[in-house]
Design a protein around this ligand. Sequence first.
Ligand code: PLP
Length: 511
Amino acid sequence: MTLSSYANFSLDRAAAGTLKSKLRDEILRRIRLGTLRPGDRLPPSRRLADDLAINRGTVSAVYDELVEGGVLTSHVGRGTFVSPEVSLDVLGPEGSAGDGYRWRDHFSDAEPWSRERALLAEAMARGGGGKISFAGLVPDEAFFPAETFRKALNDVLREEGSALLSYGPPNGHDGFLAFLRAYLSGQRGVAVSDEELLVVNGSQQALDLLGRAFLRPGDTVLVESPSYYGALEIFKGYGARFVTVPVDDEGMVVEEMEPVLARERPKLIYVMPTFQNPTGSCMSPERRDALVKLAVRYEIPLVEDDFDGELYYGDPPPPAVKAQPAARDVIYIGTPSKMLFPGLRIGWVAAPAPVIRRLSRMKQLSDLSGSQLLQAALARFARSGGLETHTARVRAAYGERVDRLLRALKRHMPAGVSWTRPRGGLSLLVALPAGADSSELLKAAADAGVVFTPGRLFFLNDGARYLRLSFGTVATDDVDEGVRRLARVIKQALGRGVRGPAGRDVALPPV
Ligand SMILES: Cc1ncc(COP(=O)(O)O)c(C=O)c1O
């Protein structure tokens, strides 16, 4: 058991009894419940005393008493352990003393949500309506082609009938796989066979399956800095540690990658080469080429997350990394969530057949099957031209929106604030002057009627001075007002004076 499991070791200070008796009861309770098992190590007394804000002597006295009673054993220099011979029947059955289950003591792991996620949820709930939200990387409902999609749904149900209402083939609906093969090779340059495709329930599920398939606790994952927090949290949940390579306006700085690979030998590389989340930056063809060469040379699985490659606002981006001839071992994931709508919960993985077989078996354990009905309807919708019409429409609309956003930032933001300039995707990253903390601004911003995603979510070490603005759900006419509100909150904070360590900067273009 790792020490982090003790993060929520807690004492009820309001209850009757001394701190010593409460700590003793807490340890006995954990052993009874099985969250501390025979042989598990207890935290060092100093660490536990600090965590619980109690005297170290109290912790030592409790440990000594339980060692004397045969519940714990102590080895000089190694620590204090639950005795391998502890007799659970001697401890009795009492759990919560009749107050109901204390659920957090039963969970296998620490809280999966970071502090910033909770802060963001709180900010979203603050102050009621009228808020302009730059927080979610979500496309605009106003553009969702509900009526055309309803027709596609009706058509496939009429034609394929009950077969669509059952569990389906493990890797996806046949008609959808055929569409997907054509789509990937036509739009993203990725040519694969059916054995190399798996349809999943949203590309988020693909990330989860990849974590489960490839990672053991302590394994290293190489990610961009900043990176998508939804991936970082999943990999963290599988026990990953991270090494990072910075991003500039040509994507991940692949030139800095080789020493990291040589030193750390990561188990997995996770990148978003096209319109990276959160910066929106797009990797140059030269870097794509170098990235594949390095991954292949070191034989490290490379995961390419191509979640929004279709949303470009000028020239199309380069073909996917997996499109290169040398990239047949790249594990490519994609989704209709950003270019179309996320409610389908459909995503896909294109990877070598052994990877697909492994992921497919894991997926079947987890959810038995995806929705045949929705996959068939999406294929029909796309084949009848709906997807093409829709992407053309949203490219124009988001292109105008991002222009407005860039102009509004220039107009309203105070000196010292800079931002990325994406040519696609639905977000950009803003950098505040060194020492500013966007998490601290969130509450004031919500009160002023605007929200954003705090930077700490995307960075592994610092990131406090950054924030992400997503423009997917902000009506074009609200963009200027949203930025004006945000700029006012930032100016107020800067006016109060912010100081602190600069940390390592993301190389943002000059404003
Ligand atoms: C980079 C990235 N990858 C994957 C996903 C998951 O999307 P979905 O599960 O809707 O396909 C998201 C969602 O925001 C994302 O930003």
